[in-house]
Design a protein around this ligand. Structure first.
Ligand code: AMP
Length: 415
């Protein structure tokens, strides 16, 4: 079912959202992007005359009640964003009465799903090596089904709008869908948009297709790098990964971050790119710092010849120009991961150059998708989020979707 074709009038809708918003030490929201992202779906349900049961996780309470991760902290913000009162169910698995009492237009927010280990469905307190692990896992899977069934019992219709967790087969993101027939389960607007954006990148590729992968480590990005190699014309690898590649090629990288056990992998990526005719673009110069701090002294040097006591922390001017040149010519762009330690203002130039070039290419008709927590933080920091084609709310989910993996949260609804 498509959400646009569904009339929620008189129905109780249970909606999985991703309200895993960052909080400060006083429990105040520091970035409400995720709440805003879910509003079109939530408002459509209320406007139709449906009642709304909102469920989400927050943080990693690991199956235990922990007030630090209580969704009660954000109840008032959700109410404000929706423009209506929000009731709160302090136990997500004991909310039958509260759900039954909901009238059309009313909203109930359930407490953090991950206060129950059943949500994630992983056995707790038992090591993977333990001979009893498989048995414990089986038991937990059965408890997960019961938990999902309980959640499902609150509502007539299920909507999944939590793209950020769509790559997880959790009770509320996938298992619950089994308890609704095809006419009464659907993706929310945010999920639809995310799925469409990935589809644009994967199926209707206008060339050249340029992917920019940054961040700190090769190891966490290797799956997507290998997968992209079959699709892209240009692959820019930047950020902390640069130095693993530099060292692998015999460079001297001073104190830069490096994954010494990934040197062969880096050489393999270089070789594969050559074989597949992919233009692999690596940084040639960098801005190094003499400490991991915004106030560090800086030095522009070759990425292959960084003095001891210094670490590469951003792309250098030659690198920035070379990246920008490649990006400006692209017609399809994917950006995941910053080109430097962008959290420090003095080391943002590389990421800024990438963002500016993406904006320019987008103005010239390219489709640009920016995704993954830190690149999103980057474009937000630069105030450029509305000048790229699409900013994804998903980190891991986005990467897995682009790797070509089927997302359990999507599959549970679409089959
Ligand atoms: P990831 O989570 O792997 O996408 O990495 C994002 C993080 O990589 C950000 O916090 C950046 O500060 C960090 N990063 C980027 N470039 C470097 C670098 N040259 N040295 C250390 N950290 C970096």
């Amino acid at each position: 079912m498509k959400i646009d074709n569904y009339n929620f009038a008189g129905k109780k809708a249970i909606v999985r959202v991703d309200f895993n918003v960052p909080l400060d030490e006083n429990g105040k929201i520091t970035d409400d992007t995720r709440i805003r992202g879910a509003l079109p779906t939530l408002k459509k349900i209320l406007a139709d005359g449906g009642s709304l049961i909102i469920m989400s996780h927050m943080g990693k309470p690991k199956g235990k009640v922990n007030p630090k991760f209580s969704l009660s902290q954000i109840k008032d913000d959700v109410a404000k964003a929706l423009g209506t009162d929000v009731k709160f169910a302090p136990d997500c698995a004991d909310a039958s009465e509260a759900a039954a009492n909901l009238k059309p237009g009313e909203v109930l927010l359930l407490e953090n799903l991950r206060f129950y280990p059943e949500e994630e469905g992983k056995p707790v307190g038992i090591d993977k090596e333990d001979p009893k692990y498989d048995e414990a896992k089986k038991e937990m899977k059965s408890r997960q089904k019961d938990f999902a069934k309980k959640l499902a019992s609150y509502a007539d219709v299920y909507v999944n709008d939590a793209f950020g967790t769509a790559h997880r087969k959790h009770a509320s993101t996938a298992v619950i869908a089994d308890y609704f027939d095809a006419d009464n389960k659907m993706l929310g607007y945010l999920m639809e948009k995310e799925v469409q954006a990935v589809d644009n990148i994967l199926s209707d590729i206008k060339r050249p297709f340029t992917a920019i992968m940054g961040g700190s480590k090769v190891s966490t990005k290797i799956g997507i790098i290998e997968n992209l190699m079959d699709k892209v014309d240009n692959l820019i690898l930047c950020g902390g990964m640069t130095y693993t590649f530099a060292k692998a090629q015999g460079g001297k990288i001073g104190d830069s971050i490096c994954e010494d056990d990934k040197l062969d992998l880096a050489l393999d990526i270089i070789k594969k790119a050559k074989e597949k005719g992919v233009n692999l673009v690596l940084g040639t110069d960098c801005v190094a710092g003499d400490a991991f701090s915004n106030d560090a002294n800086t030095l522009v040097c070759s990425s292959m010849d960084i003095p001891d006591g210094w670490e590469g922390m951003d792309a250098g001017p030659l690198t920035r120009d070379s990246f920008a040149g490649v990006i400006r010519n692209a017609k399809t762009i994917l950006w995941n991961g910053p080109a430097g330690v962008f959290e420090f203002d003095n080391f943002t130039a590389g990421s800024r150059a990438i963002a500016d070039a993406i904006v320019e290419a987008t103005k010239n008709g390219a489709f640009s998708l920016v995704g993954g927590g830190d690149s999103v933080a980057c474009v937000n920091k630069f105030g450029l989020a509305d000048q790229v084609s699409y900013v994804s709310t998903g980190g891991g989910a986005l990467l897995e979707a682009i790797e070509g993996k089927v997302l359990p949260g999507v599959a549970a609804i679409k089959g």
